[in-house]
Design a protein around this ligand. Structure first.
Ligand code: AKG
Ligand code: FE2
Length: 331
């Protein structure tokens, strides 16, 4: 995730030494499973608007809960978000990375995680950046974020219903005043994809992630039964994944997990992705959903405020993170 400060173009056939991973951390691309990708779920017949009378058909709920249980990841198609808006958004991100001179970009690199640096804040704060393109980026982002937020609410309803819970259960558990964060990733073509990673192995610390990928280029991989599985590109789809907070709220039942994933690079094409994170506010208390606890499924983690989790996450930057262990009950 902390890739922006090390962003570089290279015209040579080799990558600079500071990008080369030790042998045991390399992607070992030949070992990636060629067999399966994550499930693709069609939302065509679902118009869910949060109304309890609108019960989705049971096969859709089954598909969603199966995908959450088995993969922690799925793709959705026919989601209702205009393709044109998504394309504009992705083009604007690509331009942002490609047309701003490195020196100008450099001044916004930061390792200070308390900074709410978002793409559009950069433009708002920067008086010199007043070209038409940049203004357009801001407009597109606002529209896109609104659509994605509605989609996230829809998905949280479906996931709740898939667990046999009240429609608004998950949303309530994640708490009031959630924030919507954007994480734009730009992976230039890489001469030696075997030696490096675009984005290191991680799980998302938020509640729910909706990811858009630039057309036709794959790179995202997820762990399934101990093997890396590539997420195939599906036209006009979003990749959905459960973040750690849903795992924690649901975990006591041993059901849903937030799955490790990574992004690999390729030699030919640059890849752009936009991850949108639905995140609890710092005061939200995250605890297991009572309906999912019984004597066979006792709580495994102590309740915590999201701020504690987030602070622990950033405290462990640069290490092989063991964030959830910090909240685990001792056996
Ligand atoms: O670029 C990708 O495919 C993955 C992005 C991601 O996992 C993230 O931004 O958290
Ligand atoms: Fe991620």
């Amino acid at each position: 995730m902390e890739t922006s400060s090390s962003f570089r173009w290279t015209s040579s056939d080799t990558i600079p030494s500071n990008f080369i991973l030790p042998e045991n951390k390399r992607p070992h691309l030949s070992q990636v499973s060629a067999l399966s990708s994550i499930p693709i779920i069609d939302l065509k017949n679902y118009t869910g608007d949060g109304d309890n009378n609108n019960v989705p058909d049971s096969s859709l709920l089954k598909k969603i809960s199966h995908a959450c249980e088995e993969y922690g990841f799925f793709q959705i198609i026919n989601h209702g978000i205009p393709e044109d808006l998504c394309n504009k958004m992705m083009d604007a991100i690509a331009k942002l990375f490609e047309s701003i001179p490195p020196e100008e970009r450099k001044q916004f690199f930061t390792t200070d995680h308390t900074k709410q640096v978002k793409l559009f804040n950069y433009y708002i704060n920067n008086d010199s950046a007043n070209s038409q393109d940049k203004v357009q980026m801001w407009k597109v982002f606002g529209e896109y974020a609104k659509e994605i937020y509605e989609l996230m609410n829809k998905l949280m309803r479906l996931i709740s219903q898939g667990l046999g819970l009240e429609t608004d259960c998950l949303k309530k558990r994640v708490g009031e005043n959630p924030s919507l964060k954007a994480h734009a990733n730009y992976y230039p073509p890489c001469p030696e994809p075997e030696l490096t990673l675009g984005l290191n192995v991680h799980t998302d610390l938020n509640a729910l992630t909706v990811l858009r990928q630039s057309p036709g280029v794959t790179g995202l991989q997820v762990i399934k039964d101990g093997e890396w599985v590539a997420v195939d590109f599906a036209p006009n789809a979003f990749v959905i994944n459960l973040g750690a907070q849903i795992q924690f709220a649901v975990l006591s039942n041993g059901r849903y997990k937030s799955v490790h994933h990574r992004a690999v690079t390729n030699k030919e094409q640059r890849r752009v992705t936009l991850a949108m994170f639905y995140e609890p506010n710092r005061d939200s208390v995250i605890c297991p959903i009572e309906e999912l606890i019984d004597e066979h499924h006792p709580p495994l983690y102590r309740n915590y405020r999201y701020s504690e989790f987030q602070d622990e996450f950033f405290r462990q930057v640069g290490t092989r993170r063991m964030v959830k262990e910090a909240f685990q009950f001792k056996k």
